[in-house]
Design a protein around this ligand. Structure first.
Ligand SMILES: [Zn+2]
Length: 152
C-alpha cells in the first residue's frame, strides 16, 4: 500500500453519517474492510458494525487509529459521531419530573412535602407573578430546611 495518500479533494462531498463517511473514505482509499482492519487494528467485525451504523462514536484513541488508517484528520470523523445520551441526562430528566410533581403539589395546596434530595422537610410557598403574556400565574417555591435544595 502506498505510504502517502493524496489529500481529499475539496470538491468531495462527505457523507453525513459516521457509517457512510467511514465507508466512503475507505472506498476512496481503495481499501477493503480487511485492508482497513489491518491498517487501523480494528476488527473486521467492528468495522462492519461501524459501517452499518451500529457503532456511532469512538474513543479518542480509536478515532486516531481509524483516522490515521484512512489518512484523514480525526476531526473529520468526530464531526459525524453521535454519542448515546450519557446517563446523567436521564437522571436530570427524572429530577425535573420530580420537580414538576413537587411544584404541582405545592400549587394544589400541599404543604407537608419532602425534599426530593434528602427527604427533609420542605418550606413551601406560592408566589404570584405574570407569565410572558402578562397573565397572572402562580409559582411554586420551596426550600429544604436541611440541605441546599431550592425550588423556584
Ligand atoms: Zn433537602
Amino acid at each position: 500500500m502506498a505510504k502517502h495518500f493524496r489529500p481529499l479533494p475539496s470538491t468531495m462531498k462527505l457523507a453525513d453519517t459516521l457509517a457512510q463517511r467511514v465507508a466512503q473514505l475507505r472506498e476512496f482509499r481503495n481499501m477493503t474492510l480487511r485492508d482497513l482492519a489491518k491498517t487501523s487494528r480494528f476488527d473486521v467485525r467492528r468495522l462492519e458494525e461501524i459501517e452499518s451504523g451500529m457503532e456511532t462514536w469512538f474513543s479518542s484513541t480509536e478515532r486516531q487509529l481509524l483516522a490515521k488508517a484512512l489518512a484523514v484528520e480525526p476531526a473529520l470523523l468526530q464531526e459525524v459521531e453521535r454519542r448515546c445520551k450519557p446517563d446523567t441526562d436521564e437522571e436530570n430528566e427524572l429530577a425535573s419530573e420530580d420537580l414538576l410533581r413537587l411544584s404541582k403539589a405545592i400549587l394544589t395546596g400541599s404543604r407537608d412535602l419532602e425534599c426530593p434530595h434528602c427527604g427533609g422537610n420542605l418550606k413551601c410557598s406560592i408566589q404570584e407573578g405574570f407569565d410572558l403574556d402578562e397573565q397572572p400565574i402562580q409559582f411554586a417555591k420551596a426550600f429544604c430546611l436541611k440541605c441546599p435544595f431550592v425550588l423556584r
